[in-house]
Write a protein that binds this ligand. Structure first.
Ligand SMILES: Nc1ncnc2c1ncn2[C@@H]1O[C@H](COP(=O)(O)OP(=O)(O)OP(=O)(O)O)[C@@H](O)[C@H]1O
Ligand SMILES: [Mg+2]
Length: 253
């Protein structure tokens, strides 16, 4: 592990979590989907969440963001119990999330999308905030371009810029690298690093490519069949025999 990452993890162990859930259980469609999952994240930390398809990663994000209410367990933002708060109330406390598919409004331009986002959440924000957010994510397209005509990376950047205007403290990013080529993934990585290390945002990142997480995550957790089976620094976790059995065997299948 790099020295700066080691220091962040050591500091994290001594600091109450910025965002956490404990002992989350949820059943959907008559099946148990998450069983006893607890994770926490600090400001400025990048936490990778991995696991085979269907492990429950997106469901965990639904619970963390407030779209699903768990049958058991608690979600905490800054130590405050937000389990009964809905998505928009959690957003006001600093939680932002993106989805696996980067869905943007087809009929709006990039500029109109940014304006709609800032007016919906914080009407006092000006277009300068939108320009600032676009710059932060290196969104370099004409404001007059239709959002629906953007390539995948620029769609993801636009959605991130919309979130950034809210000054989030925590971002949940569900497979942000899906559909990107390697050079684009490198660019996205440096944006995510900037969020964590320069803006002090806690980032939870679902990602299948372990080499990508090894490069940017301070810590990873592994979900398998709705249970958390490993947690720690990426190099150690990805060598864990239980992780290799759950993850690599499935990947190879
Ligand atoms: N609303 C729902 N009703 C019933 N079952 C659901 C529901 N949502 C998810 N599931 C099931 O829960 C399990 C976990 O799904 P989830 O989407 O959380 O997995 P994932 O780890 O995000 O997978 P992937 O890597 O494919 O995105 C799957 O078996 C899925 O079919
Ligand atoms: Mg998923």
């Amino acid at each position: 592990m790099r020295d700066d990452a080691r220091e962040r993890v050591a500091t994290a162990a001594l600091t109450p979590a910025l965002f956490a859930c404990s002992d989350i259980h949820i059943r959907l469609g008559g099946r148990s989907i998450l069983e006893g999952v607890s994770v926490g994240i600090q400001a400025g930390e990048i936490l990778g969440i991995v696991g085979p398809n269907g492990a429950g990663k997106t469901t965990l994000f639904e619970v963390l963001s407030g779209r699903y209410t768990p049958d058991r367990g608690r979600v905490l933002i800054g130590g405050r119990d937000v389990t009964s708060l809905r998505l928009h109330a959690r957003a006001r406390l600093g939680l932002g999330r993106t989805y696996q598919s980067p869905v943007v409004p087809d009929a709006l331009t990039v500029g109109e999308t940014l304006r709609a986002a800032r007016q919906a959440f914080a009407p006092y924000l000006t277009r300068f905030h939108a320009e600032w957010a676009a710059e932060k994510v290196a969104l370099r397209v004409p404001m007059s371009q239709l959002a629906g005509s953007l390539e995948t990376l620029n769609r993801r950047k636009l959605l991130l810029a919309c979130l950034l205007m809210r000054r989030p403290r925590v971002l949940l990013l569900d497979e942000p690298a899906a559909g990107l080529i390697n050079a684009e993934i490198d660019e996205l990585d440096s944006i995510i690093r900037h969020f964590a290390h320069e803006m002090n945002i806690g980032v939870m990142l679902v990602e299948h490519r372990l080499e990508l997480l090894s490069a940017i995550a301070d810590r990873v957790v592994v979900l398998d069949l709705g249970r958390l089976i490993a947690e720690g620094d990426p190099a150690t976790v990805f060598e864990d025999p239980r992780v290799r059995a759950a993850y690599f065997d499935t990947e190879a299948a």
